[in-house]
Write a protein that binds this ligand. Sequence first.
Ligand code: GDP
Length: 396
Amino acid sequence: MARLGKINHRHRLVPNFRRPGYTHPMSDQNLYIVLGIVGAVLAAALFFFLRRRPSSPGTHQSVRYAPPSPASPSATQQSVRSAPAAPAPKRDLTVGLSKSAQFLQGAIDKLFSHSEGAAFFSDLEETLVTADLGIEFTERLVTSLRKDLGLKVPSREELKARLSQALNVAFPELPLPTALDGATLPQKPWVIMMVGVNGVGKTTTTGKLCSRFRAQNRKVIVGAADTFRAAASEQLQAWVERTGAEGVFQKEGADPAAVAFDAVQAAQNRGADVCIVDTAGRLHTKHNLMDELAKVKRVMAKASTTGAAPAPHEVWLTVDGTTGQNALHQAREFHKALTLTGIVITKLDGSARGGIVIPIVEELKVPVVLVGVGEGVDDLLVFDRTQFLQGLLAAL
Ligand code: GDP
């Protein structure tokens, strides 16, 4: 018994650890196994802890900036707060034009693989018109190519060079308001009237503009003169709240000219830098839209009591870049009625029809001022002619 151990006061056998052959439950071997298991559990716990922890803003990559819904300010504010601090991807006109460039490339590929001799030139004509470059531009280019080459089919490089040359002539560099980039305002308040048919992205562009001017620390007043659509006012209200602008709103169905008048006066009285008046693309009454907009424009001039020139100082037409020739027809009509000073082309991100910019500018000699390349607040670019031409011809 003494070899095995002693009996303690509770009459239990206390093992004799020193006896030969005795193995303590925590022998070296068992101890290593237990330590190994504990270590593995701790390592696994640490691994899961680190995976769940948000990474530091500078290295944040998995969370994308969600374009806020202008219709719900609270959602908007939330998504802005949760936006990563990492720099947003560069928004570039060439990226916005990628679909148009691919379309042109595909059409030219097909042309070179299918057409020869005299048929080449008529197919080229069809290709360029389909790419929305305009009938007049196309006819001029094809006539001059025929004159110089006879029936000889140009090489692809030759065609690209001639196309680029012709576009440079047809598409002149027109001056843009530098105030868009933060330079001194041409007027104070600088009054911009936004026009365009329903659904083209007029109200969204007005909101994005608010954001741009507010980021330049400018005081902005918005007039919600699209009183036909209650949703337009709500949409603008949300943009106004999230950008820290001020708004002039009236109930649905109110006279749009009255809203525009109040907005210009408010901008003057409150010392605003910029006043943007969003107008309707459709009307309650059977009145002609153009007559009504011409009236709104006249009333804005009447409201002007300060500044060298009467308001509006800019009349910008928004066209939907996915609609091709329709955009050109709208530009003609609106220019005739209102004397446009600028074109905003939206939705280029989803369009293969960016070429439409060429006939609009060529025919009307009105500059494209802004380009919409998405629904997010930053998806509005000041137009850059060089970048546009490079982007359009990039894939040729
Ligand atoms: P309005 O009737 O002319 O005021 O048009 P809205 O501003 O209400 O816009 C109509 C739709 O076009 C909305 O769903 C906008 O989010 C969308 N939109 C506006 N601009 C752009 C753009 O540049 N790209 C894309 N993809 N969608 C746009």
